[in-house]
Design a protein around this ligand. Structure first.
Ligand code: IMP
Ligand code: MG
Length: 172
């Protein structure tokens, strides 16, 4: 049976917002180069679209976290794929995420990356489910703040499905 998916954020709306975020990053890091540290798999689509619209020099790196469901501890977030310390040390890093939900994943990842002494470290997320936080966490660049619905598309999945939808939608 096919799921019904209601469009929450259209491709056009997302594209316009990504252009704004890119312009803001260009202005904030003028004269510098940056590394977009993309979290696999969900943030890949967003990271690529964002990178294409940034005009200062951009480097891309990729990490992947594994989180274990059903537990309340931040200690259960681990790295499935990591980068060497040299990829972070002395660099202007922007972690790219698809959605900040409970805040657990990014609070752990941010701490891990800060230990490697980046020149600066910020977080950019396409979506922010701000009301779902369990751990306090604020992103620096946010595409859209949304409610607590489970969303798919533009990289986000349910059981690995729907990542390739060109919009963000709510599964009914
Ligand atoms: P958290 O902030 O540690 O709770 O986790 C964020 C991660 O949970 C994201 O990177 C997604 O993989 C996943 N996630 C949270 N909400 C959604 C959603 O609505 N759709 C798809 N994945 C989600
Ligand atoms: Mg994810």
């Amino acid at each position: 049976m096919m799921d019904t998916i209601d469009v929450l954020l259209s491709e056009e709306v997302i594209d316009a917002r990504i252009r704004e975020l890119a312009a803001q990053i260009d202005a904030d890091y003028a004269g510098e180069s940056i590394t977009l540290l993309c979290t696999l798999k969900g943030a890949v689509f967003f990271a690529c679209e964002l990178a294409k619209r940034i005009t200062i020099p951009v480097f891309m790196d990729f990490i992947q976290t594994a989180s274990y469901e059903g537990t309340q501890s931040t200690g259960t977030v681990s790295m499935k794929l990591d980068v060497p310390d040299e990829a972070i040390e002395g660099k202007h890093i922007i972690i790219i995420e698809d959605v900040i939900d409970t805040g657990r994943t990014l609070s752990v990842v941010k701490e891990m990356m800060l230990k490697r002494k980046p020149a600066s470290l910020k977080v950019c997320s396409l979506l922010d489910k701000h009301e779902c936080r369990v751990v306090p966490f604020d992103g620096d660049y946010i595409g859209f703040t949304i409610g607590n619905d489970f969303v798919v598309g533009y990289g986000l999945d349910v059981d690995q499905k729907y990542r390739n939808l060109p919009f963000v939608g709510i599964v009914k």
